[in-house]
Design a protein around this ligand. Structure first.
Ligand code: FEO
Length: 394
């Protein structure tokens, strides 16, 4: 039995084996966190992914009879937290359901008006006895129906997907983890899930005092619970502003090793130029690793050989993945090589323009294997990007 705060319990499930979370590599697995609040009334906040329903119900059963749950709170409808909702409701037969307005609509679209669902708005409350739940709508963080549930007077913020990490393990709290590894996991999660919503996060953080939220504990839907929430709130402040370092990320694929050679020479030039460099071969590293590094890099460079007049498939896939995450305030450019006819570099530049990024140095597009003279060109290309990075304000 895991107590988050007196009378508030973690009753989630551990998914040790998941390695791909809708395209985001999860080498450490994940957890689906759900929380049980036991007062004069009993409330369950969120459920778990459907195959884990028995784990949820058995954890609840260690604390109270699941049939005695009075309220089920649905913070959002994505299936990793909502997947076993119906099975929970089959057991908690008298439970009333609380969700945002869009959440209520979604529940009724899926299941009809099978249950008593109350729509709540920011500031609405639900008394449990000594405790009160206060709801805060957080639309598009990261679903339209998303909301937070704040438990008073315990000051526990159940934050849905925000502030999570994809990591499975025996630890449940930040204090049990290696702090550096925890922040890396949180950054990877932020970059691959929340990056598109930076402006909304800035808005929410600015509104925290007027919302009267002063959490002592932040309990997210994935990963470890924050008992020192200042650390993760500060990090979200930096990440949502795209604060970046003097770092260049090079992400590429190669067909006959020319583009690969260019990638390594450009990296050498950028290192000579005095900036940090991270390099990813896109057939050997998951997209999510490169994206995590792009999150706090001032620049990134994409390389592709030309295949059938266009992009190499892994590079095309990566650009598509990246575009959806809407990176901002980055310097970007392209490089590549071709045999009989080019096309890939032009295509990368077009995609970068669509992302409204600042384009650096003219892209580097070479024909045939890299000559000695071209080796120097590649190194110089890397140096110039490094210079631009060091001169950039952010
Ligand atoms: Fe963890 Fe939006 O689901």
């Amino acid at each position: 039995m895991i107590e988050v705060s007196k009378g508030i319990y973690w009753v989630g499930a551990i998914d040790w084996e998941i390695r791909d979370f809708h395209g985001y590599a999860t080498p450490k697995g994940t957890t689906y966190n759900a929380y049980l609040i036991v007062d004069e009334k009993v409330a369950l906040v969120d459920t778990v992914k459907e195959p884990f329903r028995d784990e949820l119900l058995s954890r609840v059963g260690e604390i109270v009879d699941p049939a005695k749950i009075d309220y089920v709170i649905v913070n959002h409808l994505e299936r990793d937290h909502f997947g076993s909702f119906a099975q929970v409701m089959d057991v908690a037969k008298n439970a009333k359901v609380y969700a945002s307005g869009r959440g209520k609509k979604g529940i009724e679209e899926v299941y009809g008006e099978r249950w008593d669902v109350t729509a709540v708005k920011t500031g609405d409350t639900l008394g449990l006895g000594k405790r009160t739940l206060r709801f805060v709508e957080t639309p598009m963080l990261h679903w339209p129906d998303s909301m937070f549930t704040y438990v008073e007077p315990d000051r526990v913020l159940i934050s849905s997907d925000a502030f999570g990490q994809h990591v499975a393990g025996s630890q449940r709290f930040d204090r049990e983890a290696d702090p550096h590894a925890l922040m890396e996991d949180a950054k990877t999660y932020y970059a691959n899930i929340l990056m598109p919503f930076g402006t909304l996060i800035q808005g929410l953080l600015a509104k925290v005092p007027s919302l009267n939220l002063a959490p002592e504990i932040i309990a997210p839907d994935h990963g470890l619970i924050w008992t020192k929430p200042g650390t993760i709130i500060d990090a979200y402040g930096r990440w949502s502003k795209f604060e970046a370092r003097d770092k260049v990320v090079i992400a590429y694929d190669t067909m006959w090793e020319s583009t690969g050679k260019m990638a390594h020479l450009i990296a050498r030039g950028a290192i000579d130029g005095g900036v940090e460099v991270k390099l990813f071969h896109l057939r050997k590293s998951p997209y999510s690793e490169a994206v995590t590094e792009i999150q706090d890099a001032k620049a990134f460079i994409i390389g592709s050989p030309t295949l059938n007049n266009g992009l190499f498939p892994t590079v095309g896939g990566f650009l598509y993945y990246l575009k959806g995450l809407k990176p901002k305030h980055k310097i970007a450019t392209a490089f590549g090589s071709y045999g009989w006819m080019g096309g890939a570099v032009k295509e990368i530049v077009a995609r970068l323009k669509e992302m409204e990024l600042e384009l650096a140095e003219p892209a580097l597009d070479l024909r045939y294997p890299v000559t000695k003279q071209q080796e120097q060109e590649c190194i110089e290309f890397g140096r110039k990007i490094a210079k631009q990075v060091k001169e950039a304000k952010q």
